[in-house]
Design a protein around this ligand. Structure first.
Ligand code: NAP
Length: 332
């Protein structure tokens, strides 16, 4: 477990040592973990007396975005917090629901849109003189059954939320690992990719109208106060500090930096998805430790099969992007 004190030290160093203002882009920054992490960034900058960071918040609710801008500006006089709002569907579901691009809504929200954002922002990340960390907050380690001949889960017999979650985790792991590999000879030693399960963090997500009223009542009025908040949930400030610390290269260095301590040279890199220390692509539990589900991968067969899956997911995902960018519907 990465101790909370260490997390705070990493964050202070990240802000204090940065020679330029840090830039944080929060997709889903208008509530929950994204909002809290943006706030952790601005308040850490203030405490570390570092440069005021530049924060971009992306979400659907422009009003909520503007309220958060006002809140963050309190921490960040002179800081810059633009908001980008857009329309989008609500995820979660027991049945596959298509977007007009031909993707399942839940899979689009939790996987395709995230990988697309990484690919679109990658040129800027690689050009930047700042540490370039990408963090996807979802469900690392929850890989289970995989239908290799139906990655999109188009067969209704294959689809359930849990099955979709399993595919989303397999696809996160495969795509991020492949992306790290494709940059392993990048001498700038920049790109660091993290998929993390944040634990249970009590956000407004659990009051989402997509859930049935009975579930919301039982969860928010009974389970949260009696059991979850006191015994199970991760404190929201702690969670935000932990998410921010993933931007530090000390524990999670880029692929070509190895285990020699990342860009800061202090040692102690965490094991990456491929099993080696500091491999550039990490699958983490809420405490920042490696949680890559090696059992699920062992079931695939030998290393050759794992490699084949990586290539399959890479090609599937990039093909989806190509077809959709051309204005067509993805049907595979
Ligand atoms: N909280 C937990 O305990 C927990 C546990 C495991 C995994 N996670 C994962 O962590 C992530 C964040 O969770 P959270 O609890 O912070 O969720 P949240 O409070 O519901 O926040 C979700 C964010 O995504 C934005 N969003 C939702 N639908 C969108 C769409 N169609 N287009 C653009 N933006 C959209 C929301 O903003 P708008 O409403 O303004 O669009 C909001 O900023 C999720 O992927 C969740 O699966 C959370």
């Amino acid at each position: 477990m990465v101790k909370l004190d260490e997390v705070k030290t990493l964050n202070a160093a990240l802000l204090a040592e940065s020679r330029r203002p840090l830039i944080g882009v929060f997709l889903g920054g208008t509530s929950g973990i994204g909002h809290m992490t943006a706030r952790a960034l601005t308040s850490s900058a203030q405490q570390a007396n570092g440069h005021a960071p530049r924060v971009y918040l992306v979400g659907r609710s422009e009003q909520r975005g503007r309220e958060i801008v006002e809140e963050l500006k309190g921490d960040l006089p002179g800081g810059h917090v633009p908001v980008r709002a857009g329309r989008g569907p609500i995820a979660h579901g027991v049945r596959r629901r298509h977007t007009k691009e031909g993707l399942d809504v839940t899979m689009a929200m939790m996987y395709y849109s995230r990988m697309r954002a990484i690919q679109q922002l990658k040129p800027l990340l690689l050009k930047s003189e700042l540490p370039a960390a990408v963090v996807s907050v979802f469900a690392a380690g929850f890989e289970a059954k995989l239908f290799r001949d139906d990655l999109s889960l188009r067969d209704p017999q294959h689809y359930s939320y849990l099955q979709a979650r399993s595919h989303l985790c397999h696809m996160h792991s495969a795509y991020l690992a492949k992306l790290a590999e494709t940059h392993s000879d990048d001498t700038t030693g920049k790109l660091r990719l993290v998929h993390i399960f944040p634990g249970l963090v009590l956000t407004s997500a659990f009051d989402n109208p997509a859930y049935p009223a009975w579930f919301r009542f039982l969860f928010n009025r009974i389970l949260v106060p009696l059991f979850l908040r006191p015994f199970v949930a991760v404190d929201s400030d702690e969670s935000a500090a932990r998410m921010l610390s993933l931007a530090s290269p000390v524990l999670y260095p880029a692929a070509n930096v190895g285990d020699g301590g990342g860009e800061t040279g202090t040692g102690g890199a965490v094991r990456g998805m491929d099993g080696s220390l500091g491999s550039g692509a990490y699958s983490l539990d809420w405490k920042g430790d490696d949680i890559h589900n090696r059992k699920a991968y062992a079931k695939l067969g030998d290393d050759g099969e794992v490699e084949a899956l990586k290539n399959q997911v890479w090609e599937h995902t990039n093909k989806a992007f190509e077809i959709i960018a051309a204005g067509k519907c993805f049907t595979e």
